[in-house]
Design a binder for this molecule. Structure first.
Ligand code: ATP
Length: 463
């Protein structure tokens, strides 16, 4: 029963996102491209706000972090060095009857419980699949599965005009490697020495087989990653620091509820072979707890690998202490689109009102809300509209405002509630006499009269 309720919450969120112009299904007029999404006018505002807040918090607020924007297409050697060509794969099997493909780990964890597959090899998982007489979740056919195989998740393409002379290259599956290969460029041009970090926001691509749950898992997505370079021996302290720093970002800056977030430390068997500690910050999505932010202590693995494969010296030369070393790295890696889904789910409420009606409202932090102020003339006539435009001009240089003059005021309020707009202003006949307006606050729905002269200071204080 609880599960049904949760699933229906996701449906309600998907429907709100479409109805209100946050997220549209990708390539819709061509029948859609599975698991692709386009962010509409209000969705892109939220994405931009989240990116800006993250950048301010991770780069501008810190003396020890600087930014980068590296390419999506990188030399194929990068992915050989990082291990993505040989290891970046998911174990999959197909139903021979309906041809639908499944991830072995997801399939078995659903059957046997969370954590069942941790530390098990592909052969061991295959053995479990073989010994149990499972039926296909899609078509119901029993025991007609193919052998499980590892599928590489990187999208491959060719660079070069002619077929024969072209080179196989990959769309990056993470932004991190673009940071590692620029480590030397950045520290030498910007005169940095460890401990310091390099942050980047950008698109990543993974040919996910079980892409699902709306924008939680897609093939094209955006990441906000930071690689923090420090001396060996200090990485554990930095790891703790960054976990706390990320939690503070979610709870304080984005105002996500404490109870919607938890930390899950990876068990030994689950750790990547190069990591000495990894934790996920999980969010309680409508379909259950899921990884939002991965924080990994990656040791000196990546830089060592790039030094080996590129044959370049990537050591940091500490002239003060007269030593050369490859720094250790702590990486907080966050998915922007998962964060989008997290903030919308956390803010979503179907609120029962005292008059018996229900309103859908997004209790978004005003820092995240796409529109900050809705501006409504009571009528489209009698000078109310031109007065409303005047007020819009007064405020629009400071806050993104939306002017709306159609339909009953109550309906306009409801629309802005669904968009998460924290304040709405109504311009009525009294405005023309007393130069004041009604300001209505989204969450409490309280209304107060504010003089036009004081509006700017009022919103500076509130937003
Ligand atoms: P998962 O286990 O869910 O596949 P991951 O551990 O492979 O994720 P990382 O490689 O650590 O993910 O990537 C860092 C972050 O990027 C994740 O915490 C998540 O927020 C985001 N991310 C990863 N894959 C996707 C995807 N396919 N769609 C959307 N966001 C993603």
């Amino acid at each position: 029963m609880a599960q049904e309720k949760e699933d229906s919450k996701l449906k309600d969120i998907v429907s709100l996102c479409k109805r209100r112009g946050f997220v549209f299904p990708g390539s819709e007029i061509y029948g859609g491209l599975s698991n692709s999404f386009d962010y509409g006018p209000y969705g892109v505002e939220i994405l931009n706000n989240l990116k800006k807040l993250w950048w301010e918090y991770f780069v501008h607020r810190r003396e020890d972090v600087i930014g980068l924007d590296s390419s999506i297409l990188l030399h194929p050697g990068v992915w050989e060095a990082s291990g993505h060509i040989s290891n970046f794969s998911d174990p999959l099997f197909d139903c021979k009857s309906c041809k639908v493909r499944f991830r072995v780990d997801h399939f078995l964890e659903e059957k046997k419980g969370e954590g069942f597959t941790i530390g098990k090899s592909l052969e061991e998982l295959q053995e479990v699949l073989r010994s149990e007489d499972y039926s296909c979740p899609k078509c119901g056919t029993k025991g007609s599965f193919t052998e499980a195989r590892n599928f590489n998740l990187m999208f491959k393409t060719q660079q070069g005009a002619n077929e024969g002379g072209s080179v196989d290259i990959y769309l990056r599956p993470e932004t991190a490697q673009g940071i590692f290969i620029n480590f030397k460029n950045v520290y030498s041009t910007c005169r940095r020495k460890p401990p310091f970090g390099i942050a980047q926001i950008g698109k990543s691509f993974r040919n996910e087989i079980m892409a699902r749950q709306f924008v939680f898992r897609t093939r094209e997505f955006e990441q906000m990653e930071m690689e923090f370079f420090c001396e060996q021996g200090t990485q554990k302290d930095w790891f703790e620091h960054w976990v706390n720093y990320c939690i503070e970002f979610l709870e304080v800056t984005l105002e996500i509820k404490k109870e919607s977030i938890r930390i899950r430390e990876h068990e030994k068997a689950e750790l990547s072979f190069y990591s000495d500690k990894t934790s996920d910050i999980e969010f309680k999505f409508p379909f259950g707890w899921g990884e939002l932010w991965g924080i990994a202590s990656r040791t000196d693995y990546d830089l060592n690998q790039h030094e080996k494969f590129s044959k370049q010296d990537l050591k940091y030369n500490d002239q003060v202490n007269n030593k050369k070393y490859i720094p250790y790295v702590v990486e907080p890696a966050l998915g922007l689109n998962r964060l989008f889904l997290a903030v919308i789910s956390d803010a979503y409420e179907e609120e029962k009102l005292p008059d018996g009606e229900t309103r859908v409202v997004l209790h978004l932090s005003s820092k995240i809300a796409p529109i900050k102020i809705g501006i409504f003339p009571l009528m489209k006539k009698d000078g109310l509209d031109s007065k409303a435009k005047e007020i819009q001009n007064l405020l629009r240089n400071h806050w993104y405002c939306e002017y709306d003059d159609s339909g009953a005021i109550g309906k306009r309020y409801r629309r802005q509630d669904e968009l998460g707009t924290p304040f709405c202003i109504t311009i009525d006949y009294d405005t023309l006499k007393d130069e004041s307006v009604t300001v209505r606050e989204r969450d409490s729905m309280k209304q107060e009269r504010i003089s036009i002269n004081n509006l700017k200071t009022y919103f500076i204080d509130k937003i």
